[in-house]
Structures are given as C-alpha cells and as structure tokens.
Write a protein that binds this ligand. Structure first.
Ligand code: CP
Length: 336
C-alpha cells in the first residue's frame, strides 16, 4: 500500500496534522486476527508519523480536542495504561482512568453495566484490559464508544503487536521476509497470538520456541493458517533470526508444575549471549515487558546494544496515538 500520509516540513513547524485515508473503518480495535494487512499498514504508517512528532519534541496537539477517552484496566499495567493516557493527552483529548479497585465493580457491578455506565457518559473510546478473553468483544457489541482491547486474558494484545511491528519496521525498513523468533510462555501470551497474526499478515516468518507444557492447543491449526512454526528447542527457532522476541513467564496465570524450575527454564529458554550466537550476526532483541530479569533475558542482553526494549516503549505511545486518532476522529475528515 502506498503511504497516504503527506507530512511536510511545515507540519512540524506549525500544527502537525496528518492526512489520513481511513482504511481502518471498524468501530473498535479488538484484535489483529480481525484486521486486514491494509489496515495494519495504515496504522503503522500513521504511528510512524506520530513517532516522528514525539521524537521531535512535539507533544501538544489539538487533533483530538473535544474527544474523551476512558481507560478501564481490570489487570495491572504500566506501559499500556500510561501510554494510552499519555497518547490521549498529547492529542488534546480528555483522558479518564477508571480505578477498577475503587470502582463499583468492587460492589458487585458487572462488566457490562460498568461499560454501559461509561458509554452513558458519552466517551468516544473505552480502552479496556480484562482477565477474561473476549471481554472487549462482548462490550463492543453493546456500547456506542469505540472499544480498544488493551489485553484480554490469553487472547490478544493488538496494540502491543502493532508497537512491536512499528519498532521492527523502523530498523529494517520492512517486515516482509524477516525471520522473527518468539521464545517463551506462548500458552499464556496474548502478545504471542497478536504478533503471530500481525507479523504473518505482514509477510514475516515466525518461529516459536517453548516447552511442550507452555504451548497452546491449536498450534497445528495456526501453522496451517499463518506463517508460523513451533519448536521445543530454542536454538531451532532462533537460527538465522533477524529478531528474537522473549516473552514474559506469566507465573500468575500458571496453575503450577508447567516448568521444572525457573533456573532450568532460563537454561533452556532464556535469551542470552549464547543462544543469540545461533541468530543472525546483527540480531535485535525485544520483550513486551515487564521483564523477569535473569529469567527470560539475561541482564547483558537486556541492557546491551541489541535490545530494543526502550524503543518499544516509545513506539507504544505512537501506536496508541495512531489508534486513538483512527478510531475516534470523524471518518473522512482530512487535515491538510
Ligand atoms: N507489555 C505490556 O502490556 O506491559 P504492561 O502490562 O506494563 O502494560
């Protein structure tokens, strides 16, 4: 897809508004399984421009003035919650966080009634993270606001995969043809699922490594439908990889007994300098965060030159700026 963005130097010196084609026509962003390659391209194009603005120090816009965004996080978050809030504020929107622990959910109000309450306050978008897979999809059918999935159980985390793709694309200039290894707790990972859907649609080749006990059911079907292969030996997945993405060991979602010990897990699946000798010489390393330091990543890799972790966090603000803009701005409105 050719870029529909026409950002010139003058946009950086005055009000930096992008012209957007609005290929993304859906009301909600629920997952990358539902998005087309064209829609992903558009989000990444807009996010790339947003990131340039951020890096150039332009952090005040009126693009979404008059819009209001609610954030309802039923699970803990640092990166996603703060970056959605920051993105909304940079764009001039009103950003309201629902403190779930202090909300009426603690008095027994169910999710749908909470969502309808927020909708009655006329929010333009509701950003939701919930421990139950499908919760954002459920409420999206019943509210007028755009619903943005900020992570639903083990299902999807679409804005994380988008920010990962933006970060990779910036470094390589493309996604198609790249070999991306994903190593870790796939069974519990919504990040893995969204990245498999998204990266595969963008033409990348994905190799996943995890112990059998941390593999999800349906991996065979996924191999048939997406450009992904599953391995139990991390060396096989990492071989000739351009990027190695480590996943957090989600101990809070494990019932126990899935790994023999943390030390053994690190020895077999920890991304360290030794494992990276099997990858391409200039391999880059990613992690969605938060990291269990010394478990999924050795400190030398996490803090080293090959790590893109801080860059991923910056991309997160840009991607969320793009998603909020695309979903809440009046469709068809083009800023010159
Ligand atoms: N990657 C991610 O979702 O991080 P947070 O849990 O801090 O939002």
């Amino acid at each position: 897809m050719s870029s529909n963005l026409r950002l010139t130097k003058k946009h950086f010196t005055s009000e930096p508004f992008l012209a957007i084609l609005y290929t993304v026509k859906t009301k909600d962003l629920l997952g990358l399984k539902e998005l087309s390659a064209e829609e992903i391209h558009e989000i990444l194009d807009v996010a790339a421009e947003m990131k340039q603005l951020l890096l150039s120090g332009h952090k005040k816009s009126t693009r979404l003035t008059g819009k209001n965004i609610s954030h309802a996080f039923y699970e803990s978050s640092t990166r996603t919650a703060v970056s959605f809030d920051e993105a909304a504020k940079i764009l001039g929107a009103v950003s309201c966080g629902l403190s779930v622990g202090n909300s009426s959910a603690s008095k027994g109000e169910n999710l749908m009634d909470t969502a309808k309450t927020l909708d009655a306050m006329k929010f333009d978008a509701i950003v939701i993270r919930h421990q139950s897979a499908g919760a954002p999809h459920f409420i999206a059918k019943h509210v007028g606001a755009s619903v943005i999935n900020a992570g639903d159980g083990r299902n999807e985390h679409p804005t994380q995969a988008l920010l990962d793709m933006l970060t990779i694309k910036e470094r390589f200039g493309r996604l198609d043809g790249l070999k991306i290894a994903i190593v870790g707790d796939v069974k519990n990972s919504r990040v893995a699922r969204s990245n498999i859907y998204g990266l595969s649609k963008m033409g990348a080749e994905i190799r996943v490594a995890c112990p059998d006990t941390l593999l999800f059911s349906g991996s065979n079907k996924m191999e048939q439908n997406y450009n992904v292969k599953f391995f139990t030996d991390a060396k096989d997945a990492v071989r000739d990889a351009d990027v190695v993405m480590a996943l957090r060991l989600q101990l809070e979602r494990m019932k126990g007994g899935l790994i023999p010990s943390i030390a053994e897990y690190h020895a077999l699946y920890g991304v360290d300098d030794k494992l990276l000798t099997h990858a391409k010489k200039n391999v880059l390393v990613m992690h969605p965060g938060p990291v269990n330091r010394g478990v999924e990543l050795s400190s030398s890799v996490m803090d080293g030159d090959r790590s893109l972790i801080s860059n991923q966090v910056t991309s997160g603000v840009a991607v969320r700026m793009a998603v909020l803009t695309l979903l809440t701005e009046k469709k068809g409105e083009v800023h010159a």
